[in-house]
Design a protein around this ligand. Structure first.
Ligand code: SF4
Length: 339
């Protein structure tokens, strides 16, 4: 339980033992019943209809939701849903659910705003407000899962608003609680980072087989300093070093994210530089066309440039995927999250 911000817990704050303690004056089986509603059925208290009305009312007061829906936008013919939520202190965040034929992935925010200042990103353009609590991260997963019922959520990506490794302990606690309480294996969880070196090194020692996605976007310091300002603090060589340690320690897959910007990082020499970094690490490259944001003047690479760039990478022995953009119509795509 993480009470320092609000002084009282919200819906997904408590461990089972803490829930039992909170409900100690109820019959013993009630806490097990409430736990099942929260973590198997993803119910809100008003939906726990096999509980007495008085207990439902009590739960609403003792464990209020951390998230209040401000807006919901469906796009991609209903396959993508973006929520804007207001937190208990008025801060706002967003969550995106993407439904595919064989899986469903939720992209969660880990901070309200972001301090990393990547110039192409709507979240970065809006500045930093605060770190999210573990219960606020978990409730995003539960609320998206609730929307999917009776289907199951299969994957969680920590790639929404914020830099996950800048909120390290809450993110790691969230990974563990998703594993233990929601039964979502860390193998189905991905953490993105701009390259916070101490965070990568520490995460490598946690024994959590997550996928690490490094938002590289440039393969030399001069360009990366402009696209990812955190590169001035943790230059490329130190990030690549940490990636080597990650692969050695965990044996887990590493991906490099590459937002393709017309004439900036989509040239043949960019592909060659990227291959030099990616190939020795066995890193998989995800290319994604830049999503336009109001505060950034540059344009996405045209489809032909993306095709040539990827062919060049493949010819140099690098595995590459062109990621389809989800949610651009609802301003839910990568780098477009802002509230
Ligand atoms: S791209 Fe990620 S790390 Fe960079 S400003 Fe946006 S949310 Fe923050």
């Amino acid at each position: 339980m993480d009470e320092e911000l609000f002084g009282s817990p919200s819906l997904y704050a408590l461990s089972f033992q803490e829930l039992e303690e909170l409900m100690k004056d109820e019959s013993r089986y009630r806490s097990r019943q409430v736990w099942g509603h929260l973590y198997s059925k993803m119910d809100l208290p008003e939906e726990m209809t096999d509980l007495p009305l008085s207990l439902r009312a009590r739960l609403k007061v003792l464990l209020p939701p951390a998230l209040a829906e401000v807006a919901r936008v469906d796009s991609d013919a209903g396959e993508t849903t973006k929520w804007s939520w207001e937190l208990r202190d008025g801060a706002r965040i967003e969550t995106v659910l993407m439904r595919y034929r064989d899986r469903a992935t939720v992209c969660v925010s880990t901070q309200a705003g972001c301090a990393m200042g990547c110039p192409f990103c709507a979240t970065g353009q809006g500045g930093f407000k605060r770190n999210l609590l573990c219960e606020e991260i978990l409730e995003q997963v539960a609320r998206a899962w609730r929307d999917l019922r009776p289907e199951r959520l299969t994957n969680v990506v920590f790639m929404g608003m914020g830099e996950p490794l800048a909120n390290y302990s809450r993110v790691v606690e969230s990974i563990r609680r998703l594993r233990d309480d929601f039964h979502l294996s860390p193998r189905r969880q991905s953490i993105s980072t701009v390259g916070i070196v101490p965070g990568i090194l520490r995460l490598a020692t946690e024994g959590l087989p997550v996928t690490l996605a490094v938002s590289l976007h440039a393969a030399n310091d001069e360009l990366r300093n402009r696209l990812v300002p955190m590169n001035k603090r943790y230059p490329l060589a130190s990030v690549i070093n940490a990636c080597e340690r990650w692969v050695e320690e965990t044996g887990r897959r590493l991906t490099f994210e590459w937002a393709m910007i017309d004439g900036v990082n989509d040239r043949p020499q960019d592909a060659s530089e990227l291959a030099t970094l990616a190939k020795p690490l066995g890193a998989h490259v995800n290319c994604i066309s830049l999503n336009p944001t109001p505060g950034f003047g540059l344009s996405p690479s045209p489809p032909r440039a993306i095709k040539i760039f990827c062919e060049k990478l493949r010819s140099l022995g690098v595995n590459v995927t062109v990621r389809s953009t989800r949610g651009a119509g609802g301003h839910a795509a990568c780098g477009q999250l802002s509230v």
